[in-house]
Design a protein around this ligand. Sequence first.
Ligand code: 5GP
Length: 195
Amino acid sequence: MVVICGPAGVGKGSIVSGMLNQRSDFVLSVSATTREPREAETDGVQYYFVSDEQFDRMIEDKQMLEWAWVFGLNRYGTPKKAVDKLQSEGKTVILEIDLDGARQIRETAPDVVQIFIAPPSFEQLESRLRGRGTETDAQLEARLNTAKDELQAQDEFDEVFINDELEKTTQEVLDYILRRKEENERSTGNRKTTN
Ligand code: 5GP
């Protein structure tokens, strides 16, 4: 499992799709959210779009690996069963989640690779987010405020990548994940042989 965190508009989604295009053994976990779908979004593809009641039930039934209020507006969470299934199939499961969710995963699974994607500057992030044009002014404001907290927390992560050039950053992130996987496999193998 790999956690990818970073402010909205930093290009996490593009980096993840770039990696998925190259690696058939990588999959992105589809989160559940209470936010409304955007025009181009389909239920079960970008997210499972659920009601507040459905989200409450998922928490009560302990179906969430982690969940958080994001931008103080909506709840987002990772359905545990789907992640377990993909992992049992040998997939590298990517969680594209917020800082709160990344912290929860760190508590429950400290060995999970945690990556932070940072923008070259706050000004660039703001202009990218505005240029995307998918948010209202209030939503933009909330995202930029959250981004400030997230950027301050980047040292908590195993590795920080500055997304100054999409293709280059994608390759760097992919290489890093593959290196960590290899190290992990080697140490698991060593443990098995010494047992
Ligand atoms: P958006 O509304 O733009 O699709 O997503 C906003 C943010 O929600 C993303 O930047 C991502 O960090 C966060 N997010 C998406 N899915 C999850 C999830 O399952 N758990 C948590 N904690 N955050 C999520």
